[in-house]
Design a protein around this ligand. Structure first.
Ligand code: 3PG
Length: 210
């Protein structure tokens, strides 16, 4: 399966902030044990590249990079083993570097103009970020009319309370969020709690899709 198909079948993309790469392996273990072998490791900390390296070395989890703002970060992410690259917005330079490197780019796009710009770059799946303040599920539904072939990954303000409304939209490929991996629990090493939150999220998705 290609990376996009794997993300679409997982339906959830946990957005991770790691302050210490030493926690990466245990965090990956908690996600895998919780039934969600996917992680978007954000370049919001200097631990990102080492964390991606540690996670992808396990071989049992699909690891991507998040909050990728520069071409240099694309290079670091790919060198560390990232299989996909997520950005909050649409950067031509970042997308083209991903395409050169052969990794899936998931740039952010929330307006018709941004979606058209993504399409011009050959991108048909975009991150819809920040979902909650960009019109939410209603906006994605409205964009589906002119952009029937575009798939969205709403992220930002998504959680157990509104997961259902996003997953019900046919053009939503997957939903991203940090609710199953709270930064404070990662910092305090409460990986059993993270596993439990992850398992709850996975169970919720199963119920919603049943
Ligand atoms: C992201 O970068 O995707 C967001 O920070 C995740 O948003 P959330 O914390 O509201 O889930």
């Amino acid at each position: 399966m290609d990376v996009l198909s794997l993300l679409s079948s997982a339906r959830l993309v946990p957005v991770v902030v790691l302050d210490d790469a030493a926690d990466a392996d245990a965090l990956a273990g908690a996600l895998v044990a919780g039934g969600l072998p996917v992680a978007e490791v954000t370049f919001r900390t200097s631990a990102a590249a080492d964390s991606i390296r540690a996670m992808s070395a396990r071989g049992d989890i699909l690891v991507g990079a998040g909050t990728v703002l520069t071409v240099a970060q694309v290079d670091q992410a790919v060198a560390a083993g990232a299989s996909f690259v997520v950005s909050p917005g649409l950067s031509r330079a970042v997308v083209e570097r991903c395409q050169d490197k052969g990794v899936l780019a998931l740039p952010g796009a929330v307006t018709a103009t941004e979606v058209q710009a993504a399409l011009e770059l050959g991108i048909t799946t975009v991150k819809f970020f920040p979902a909650g303040t960009s019109g939410g599920a209603a906006a994605i539904k409205a964009l589906a009319a002119p952009f029937g072939d575009v798939r969205f990954v709403p992220t930002g303000g998504v959680g157990p309370k509104n997961l259902a409304e996003y997953l019900a939209i046919p053009t939503v490929a997957a939903v991203g969020g940090s609710w199953m991996v709270p930064r404070n629990l990662v910092k305090s090493g409460d990986f059993a709690d993270i596993q439990a939150l992850t398992a709850e999220a996975v169970a919720m998705v199963r119920t919603l899709l049943a």
